[in-house]
Ligand binder design. Structure first.
Ligand code: HEM
Length: 457
């Protein structure tokens, strides 16, 4: 199969096949139910490129390992852009641009500015602090004898964690506002599942004003502290503010609020959904829970070095990796075509919106035998199923691959390790099956609860 993108495709080229659907609503219901499964089914039936109809719009899907790899190729970077996907958010904040919504040279420059601050380097020296936050939250909010809705609890946890890394303190009084703002923005401006008129809702307007207030406080804090900060204490906010001073053409004043509060948007649902899915999967599999307990009990029994986290928490990490395979936060990446191009022998038209179904291989027998089974052995050195070309992309692919990946990896493993070490949890019943949501981001449903039986440590 050729995925070569040609500038002027031959005239005779046809558009990808149109997936069968219901009259008028097309494939809207399939997408609302389970987009990951739907993309896999279509890939099997129609091949690596097809078109679907959602809410009256026809959209092209490029799916499978070919599509995942295509994002990272020169042709892929050349013919696909991200700009439109987050444009609504940029306008809503009165900004000129944001990292996810820039392409080419401009995107590279922004990424370079933020690379260090978004990497695991920014966690150096903070591991113990992250654990303390987790402990404090468990003791404060996770009461033995009660049931806890997990996704919301994890959202609170991640905001405290990110706030501490970025500003030295958790913006507790803003957590609700951050959650509300992100919910509205994702549903209305990014996935466009809800009408724009909802932006007039006073609840949203108030929350958004509070997020702006938080951004202003973060900037004011930077100005107060900049003189006394040692080089090794610099964080993402310092790097953004320095770039604003030295290169205002890259980060102008009007982009500051969105840029400094951006990590909350990037980290809230991604980390909360993934940790919630991991919690479900491990509790559902008692043999895995036993292995995780043995690992985390040994790990926290003595003082640990920061570099040991990823080296020693191997079982916990495998459980996280397997949960990201089965419940990917980004089922597909959304792009637009820069020009007409040929893909797999089909025509993709200029400016058309294109889904890149990078999660399709997660559910392919060819890569992951018995793909719907939770199996942490897949990540062992011997099997390494996720290392096959194009097979595994929880953090996306190509130029926009998650910039927070290394930070997220540590955050996820450390958080899960501490949860299993600290708390004795169980599902509502052993035969409980996880319900999922697709909006604003795919993941466990908001009403997924665990029972808190007590503290293990
Ligand atoms: C479970 C955890 C996470 C997952 C699965 C995840 C996944 C992703 C994916 C799939 C993308 C690519 C989107 C696209 O191509 O359109 C992305 C981008 C990004 N992520 Fe993450 N993410 C996670 C956590 C985080 C965290 C904790 C941060 C930082 C606080 C972060 C920062 C970013 C940034 C800045 C981008 C934009 C990169 C760019 O456009 O160049 N992510 N993430």
């Amino acid at each position: 199969m050729s995925t070569t993108a040609v500038a002027t495709p031959p005239k005779a080229l046809r558009e990808p096949p149109l997936v069968r659907g219901l009259p008028i609503i097309g494939n809207t219901l399939d997408m609302a139910r389970d987009p990951a499964k739907f993309f896999v089914k279509c890939y099997r039936e129609y091949g690596p490129a097809y078109r679907i109809r959602i809410m009256g719009r026809t959209q092209t899907v490029l799916a499978g390992p070919e599509a995942a790899n295509f994002l990272g190729t020169r042709e892929g970077k050349d013919v696909l852009r991200s700009k439109e996907q987050w444009e609504g958010l940029v306008k809503e904040y009165g900004a000129t641009k944001m990292l996810n919504a820039t392409d080419g040279e401009e995107h590279k420059k922004l990424r370079d500015i933020m690379r260090r601050g978004f990497s695991k380097d920014s966690l150096k020296g903070h591991y113990k602090q992250l654990i303390d936050i987790t402990n404090r939250i468990f003791e404060r909010d996770w009461k033995p004898g009660t049931e806890k809705p997990v996704v919301e609890a994890m959202q609170y946890l991640v905001v405290e964690q990110l706030g501490t890394i970025l500003t030295g303190s958790a913006p507790l009084e803003y957590v609700k506002d951050i959650r509300t703002t992100i919910l509205y923005i994702l549903n209305i401006l990014v996935t466009r599942k809800h009408p724009k008129v909802m932006l007039k809702n006073p609840k949203y307007k108030k929350a958004k004003a509070r997020v702006f207030e938080l951004g202003e406080k973060m900037i004011a804090q930077y100005h107060r502290e900049k003189e006394h900060k040692k080089d090794e204490e610099r964080n993402l906010i310092d790097d953004i503010m320095t770039a604003n001073r030295d290169h205002p053409e890259i980060i102008p004043d009007q982009d500051l609020i969105m840029t400094v509060t951006g990590p909350y948007v990037a980290g809230l649902d991604t980390v909360a959904n993934t940790t919630a899915a991991t919690l479900y999967a491990v509790l559902k599999h008692p043999e895995v829970l036993k292995q995780v307990h043995a690992e985390v009990d040994a790990f926290f029994a003595s003082d640990f070095a920061e570099e040991d986290v990823m080296k020693k928490l191997v079982v916990t990490n495998a459980a996280v990796l397997e949960s990201m395979r089965l419940w990917p936060i980004a089922v597909a990446q959304m792009r637009n075509a820069n020009r007409d191009f040929e893909y797999a022998g089909y025509l993709v038209r200029k400016d058309e919106m294109v889904f890149i179904g990078t999660s399709v291989p997660h559910f392919m027998e060819e890569f992951f035998p018995d793909p719907y089974r939770f199996d942490i052995g897949r990540y062992s050195k011997e099997r390494a199923e996720h290392m096959q070309s194009g097979a595994y992309s929880p953090y996306g692919r190509g130029p926009h691959t998650c910039l927070g990946k290394t930070l997220a990896e540590v955050l996820l493993v450390l958080t899960m390790a501490r949860i299993f070490w600290k708390l004795d949890l169980s599902l509502e019943s052993p035969d409980y099956e996880l319900k999922t949501k697709t909006t604003p981001t795919p993941g466990p449903a908001m009403d997924f609860k665990v029972r808190i039986n007590g503290f293990r440590n």
